[in-house]
Structure formats: C-alpha cells, structure tokens
Write a new protein. Structure first.
Length: 433
C-alpha cells in the first residue's frame, strides 16, 4: 500500500514526515513524501523554517501521482498560501482518503503555518479532507470559538464541518480523570472514543494519530473503526516514548517481536514459487502465539488472511492479536500438550502434498471429520479443536502436520505446525521451493 505524507521535515525525527515514514513502515505501508518545508528544531526549541518553492512542490506532487497508485494522503504542515494552493490543485480530483492534520503550532512553540495562510487553509484544504484531526487548541483556532463544554465542542466542530470537511475528530480531550477522549463527528453521528491516558508532554503524538488514521481508512475501514485503531496506535506510541534529546520525549511505537517475526516469515512464504496453488478456498492464515497462550487473543494472525490473487499471494489486512480464529484455535489446542509449538499455517489439501510431506521425514497425522460427534459439528468453531485433540490423544511426539479430508460442505485442509514461523517455513520449504 502506498501512502503520501505531505508535510514538513523535522530533523529531530519526532514529528513531520520523518515520523510518518517511521509509522507507515511499521504499518507495512510504503511512505511517499512531499516536503513542504524544512524546519530547524530539536526536543527543546524551534528554529527556522525554509518553505519549499511552488515549483518544487508541484514537481514532487506530479512525480508521485504520475507514477504510484496512491491509496491515501496525509497532510500535515503546509505553511504558506502558495503551498496550500499547489497541494489543492494536485489533490482536488482524487477520490482516495485524505486525512488533514491541521498543525498550527509545534509543542516547542514554533508556528507551523503563516497567519496569512489560515484563510486559504480553510478555503482550499478543509474541503478536500475526508477527515480532519485537530486537537482542542486547533479546533478553537480554526472555528474561532472557545470550547468549555460538550455543547460548545459540538458547535465548534460543526463550524469546521461547514467549511467542508465531512468528518471531524477532535483528539486528546480530557473529560475524565485518567482517560483520554477523541470526539468523532461524522455527517450523521457523533461519539466519544475513550481510552487510557498517559500524562506526558511529548513530541509526535498528533502525527502518530493521523498517520494511523490514513492507513486504516486506506484499507477501507470506517471512520469509527479507524478512529479506534488510531487511538490505540497513538496510545502505544506515547507509552513507548523515548528521551532521545535533552528536552521532551519523542513518541515511539515499539515493534512487537511476534508480529515482526511473523511478518518476515509471511514475506518468505509469499516468495515461495507457485505457492498461490496451495491457498485453499477459505484462504490461508499464518499465526504465532505468545508463550502459554490462554486464548486466540494471545495469538497474532492476519486479520484478512493470505489471499490468492492471480498467480500471487497477497497479505490482506494486518497482523493482529486475535486476527485468526481457526488456525489460532488449532495452535491453542496443540500448545496445551506441546508448549513449544506456537505457530501454524493452513494450506490446501492434496494427497500428493501429503505424501511429499511424509517422504520428507515430517510427522504427519490426520483426523476424520466424518467421525466427529454431532454435538461438536453443531457448535461453530469447535471442529478443529476436536480434531486436533483427537490426533494428540494418540501422539507422544508433536506432529509437524495434521490434515483432514473434509466433510460434506467442508473443505479438506492441511495444517503445518512449528515452534515459530521460521520453523513452519522450513517445513514448507522441504516440499515447495
Ligand atoms: O506535530 C506537528 C508537527 C508537524 N510537522 C512538523 C512539525 C510538527 C511539530 O513540531 O515540526 C514538521
């Protein structure tokens, strides 16, 4: 997925395009960047601003949009009227999600937009936004109205909506002690999304929110779903904030070890020659559990699975805890008996694949869904648990492969297990390469 970040350079790496590149990479998207200005700043103070010329702004935008299939745009620091109009001209005909983060002042006090550009910001950029994500100060500034109650908050947001942004999210409100609230207003509804608050002054959280927001919208998620996703992403970024300089901390979302390892193995899997022939009708999931998983929520899976697309396999969705039910349930079951087995993948059944797996020296076991008790059949999701436990009741050593040949209306399936995703890939590579 390609996402464009249009914004300023922050040499401290805490905000601006540097932070967006980092966040989008973490989300497994490719960040394209259009630099509106170079700022001089660190974690204590704000220095100079050198805006990009109209000519180089237009060239950057033309280069990006004439080459890449762009699926989402985030706009941060825009600085001048001239830059605003150039962005407007480039984006006005697009029909992809545009997230406008109306950055006005930096945490360390620098003005990120000229006073003379505010009217054009409202006239040219707000109407382009799928969603605008101001904090309290920014809504007050743009709506020219003070917020001191829920009613005045709604009024101010409606002023912004009248300027042309269908959806407005006011981020980081403090309504209750220990809690943070994001106010989400769409054309038809409004709601507060509540999360845990971490009270620290940091550099970068607004940008983390809008980057996660555009990523989620570009994946086709709704405003509400994306707002929840962005809140969680921002919470984790603030939780992991690091003191890199002498001043305030820089937000930083830690890479989850399990997600990272699984992600690498998914890349290896996708690269296996002709592997798309091995994807079943119900698609493939690849999962990795924490040690001693208690539920599927302790297991990372792909929210949208590995999907066959022509002759290739694509990862649809994200790596999420609870992202798989079926394959994750199989791992939960096997892990009860063999604690070191924490990963699995499901592949399309074929008898020739089974004999190749057997010939390669792997321990291959099977169960018969025709023998499944009726009470299990009628209970959604319990078949796999029954099947695996049936196999394990007869196994002293951990099986590498468990398969079944299906039932009426049930697709046959192969599951390959391993200690971790790389171990699973190694087993797959014995027969497919
Ligand atoms: O977080 C707002 C922001 C966005 N873009 C740039 C910045 C800042 C805050 O300092 O410097 C370039």
């Amino acid at each position: 997925m390609n996402i464009v970040s249009i914004g300023g350079s922050d040499p401290s790496g805490g905000a601006g395009i540097q932070s967006d590149v980092k966040d989008l990479q973490l989300l497994d998207a490719h960040a394209l960047t259009v630099v509106t200005a170079i700022t001089g700043q660190n974690t204590s103070k704000f220095g100079l601003i050198q805006p990009s010329s109209k000519k180089i702004m237009k060239d950057q935008l033309d280069m990006i949009f004439s080459d890449f299939k762009v699926e989402g745009v985030k706009i941060g620091m825009v600085y001048s009227s001239e830059i605003i109009k150039t962005i407007h001209n480039s984006l006005k005909k697009l029909s992809i999600p545009i997230v406008l983060d109306p950055v006005i002042k930096s945490t360390t006090g620098g003005m990120l937009i000229k006073n003379s550009a505010i009217n054009d910001f409202k006239k040219y950029l707000i109407p382009l936004a799928t969603v605008i994500t101001p904090n309290k100060f920014e809504v007050e500034f743009l709506s020219k109205s003070k917020i001191n109650s829920k009613k005045s908050l709604k009024n101010s947001v409606e002023i912004i909506q009248k300027l042309g942004s269908k959806n407005v999210i006011v981020t980081g409100l403090s309504l209750e002690k220990g809690k943070i609230a994001d106010f989400v207003k769409t054309e038809k509804n409004h709601e507060f999304i509540i999360g845990r608050k971490i009270s620290t002054k940091n550099h970068g959280s607004g940008g983390n929110y809008s980057a996660a927001m555009v990523f989620s919208l570009a994946q086709g998620k709704s405003i509400t779903e994306s707002a929840k996703f962005a809140q969680k992403f921002t919470f984790e970024s603030i939780k992991g904030a690091q003191k890199r300089g002498k001043g305030i901390t820089i937000t930083h979302k830690k890479i989850d070890k399990l997600q990272n390892l699984l992600s690498k193995s998914i890349t290896n899997f996708i690269e296996i020659k002709d592997i798309s022939d091995r994807i079943p009708e119900c698609q493939t999931n690849f999962v990795f559990a924490k040690e001693l998983p208690k539920s599927v929520n302790d297991i990372v899976g792909i929210s949208g699975r590995l999907v066959k697309s022509g002759n290739s396999v694509i990862k649809a969705g994200n790596l999420e805890y609870g992202g798989s039910t079926h394959v994750a349930t199989a791992v939960l079951e096997i892990n009860k008996k063999f604690k070191n087995i924490r990963s699995a993948i499901n592949l399309k059944y074929s008898s020739s694949v089974i004999s190749k797996l057997e010939k390669s020296g792997l321990v291959v076991k099977s169960y018969d869904r025709l023998k499944e008790p009726k009470r299990i059949k009628n209970k959604e999701g319990s078949s796999i648990q029954w099947g695996i436990s049936d196999v394990l009741s007869k196994s002293k050593t951990p099986p590498d492969v468990i398969y079944h040949k299906g039932d009426i209306g049930k697709e046959p399936m192969i599951l390959i297990f391993g200690e971790d995703p790389q171990a699973v890939i190694k087993k797959i590579s014995k027969v497919f390469s």
